[in-house]
Design a protein around this ligand. Structure first.
Ligand code: ADP
Ligand code: MG
Length: 381
């Protein structure tokens, strides 16, 4: 990350110096399509982040420069002042959401940049929101807003100013991230727990392979899956599928469609897999972690039917190369696989994946190495 460039651009635009704040993107090791089923997710913050230089300017206006997009925007703090540029809406939204909660935000100048790849599944938008939520809390609110509320401010920004009805995981991970730790978030109670996860210590690496494809399916596959889960939960007399078992599901098998059965089988399996992975991590057993990752991949592919042939190919190549674990990361239909690979196999795996994927689809996957890192913070210069 070129912090000097941010500082140079800030000085160029505003002829002064501010303070630096940062917040990262995230991965999710396991726990996919579990959030709306009252289950668990297991994210961690990564070593790719947004960095913003900020200084109050004594006015009621925000003046913002995006270093990466080389774009400038100026806007007020009232609801009707929403900027035209979509990147600026994230900053505006965070300011608005703090104000709506009774917090303080005054005008400020800012320049920002980041190295979280846009739209690759690492949540660059949450990194952006969390950077400003953290910073504006520190600058104008004496850190009085608690961290969970900072995450909610980012989530509400997506809902109310960016048109994305996301869950809380991305912003939660960006704010609460801790170096060398993943966080198991219970999406029902919102309790969470840190689990040490330091693959390098055990001779492993985490790498994402981005298929660079995004399949827009006809209809609304996401909503259809949610409805399947809701139907099965209702049949079981539960609010969500949380805590359902295969025995209970099999007992109602004849009363539900094959499709609903498959969807619920995936969700029930996934809830258990997250817990298995946590137990395996506590035992230092990364092989079991990897096995569960493959099971999640093929569950998402065959039972939940949210994979695509490009991602299935990447998981298949990983298996052939002896990679410990590999699976789709994110909702599916495109994006990345997340891979847990022994360091000694890394080079051969990447070379093979590039070659085979390119032979099939005419372009290489993008490769992103990730290290589990800290969440939002002020950078001391
Ligand atoms: P992601 O999955 O990475 O969060 P989104 O589509 O949710 O993808 O968010 C991407 C949007 O966030 C971009 O279109 C842009 O508006 C904003 N954004 C992310 N990173 C940057 C950046 N480095 N500079 C400016 N805007 C950014
Ligand atoms: Mg996003």
């Amino acid at each position: 990350m070129d912090i000097k460039l941010i500082r140079d651009k800030f000085a160029e635009h505003f002829a002064t110096e501010g303070e630096l704040y940062t917040s990262p993107g995230r991965i999710n090791l396991i726990g996919e399509h579990t959030d709306y089923n009252g289950g668990f997710v297991f994210p961690g913050a990564i070593d790719k982040a947004m960095v913003a230089e900020i200084k109050p300017n004594g006015t009621e206006k925000i003046r913002a420069y995006s270093v990466d997009l080389q774009d400038y925007a100026e806007f007020g703090l009232n609801e009707e002042d929403k900027p035209a540029a979509s990147w600026a809406c994230y900053i505006f939204g965070v300011a608005r959401e703090i104000l709506k909660r009774g917090g303080v935000v005054k005008g400020f100048d800012t320049a920002f940049a980041g190295d979280v790849p846009l739209g690759a599944g690492m949540s660059s938008s949450a990194a952006l929101e969390s950077t400003y939520a953290f910073a504006l809390n520190h600058i104008f609110n004496e850190d009085k807003i608690d961290k969970f509320e900072l995450a909610r401010i980012g989530q509400s920004t997506e809902h109310n100013y960016c048109g994305v009805k996301c869950g809380i995981m991305d912003q939660f991970a960006s704010v609460f991230g801790k170096k060398g730790n993943l966080m198991r978030l219970d999406c029902l109670s919102m309790d969470f727990e840190y689990f040490p996860f330091d693959p390098e210590k055990f001779g492993y690496r985490l790498v994402l392979l981005d298929s660079v494809v995004k399949h827009e399916l006809v209809g609304s596959p996401y909503n259809r899956r949610r409805e399947s889960c809701e139907r099965v939960a209702a049949m079981l007399g539960q609010e969500t599928l949380r805590g359902a078992t295969m025995e209970k599901l099999d007992a109602i098998k004849d009363n539900i469609s094959d499709e609903d059965y498959m969807r619920a089988r995936y969700v029930i399996g996934e809830e258990k897999r997250v817990l298995d992975v946590c137990a395996a991590l506590e035992a230092g057993d990364l092989e079991t972690v990897g096995e569960r990752m493959y099971q999640t991949h093929w569950g998402m592919s065959k039972d939940y039917e949210v994979s695509c042939e490009e991602l299935d190919l990447l998981a298949t190549i990983a298996k052939e190369c002896g990679v410990t674990g590999s699976r789709i990361m994110g909702g599916g239909f495109g994006g990345c696989t997340i891979n847990l690979v022994k360091s000694g196999l890394y080079d051969a795996f990447i070379a093979t994946a590039k070659e085979k994927f390119c032979a099939a689809y005419g372009h290489e996957p993008k490769v992103y190495d990730v290290v589990i890192s800290d969440g939002a913070s002020k950078l001391e210069i």
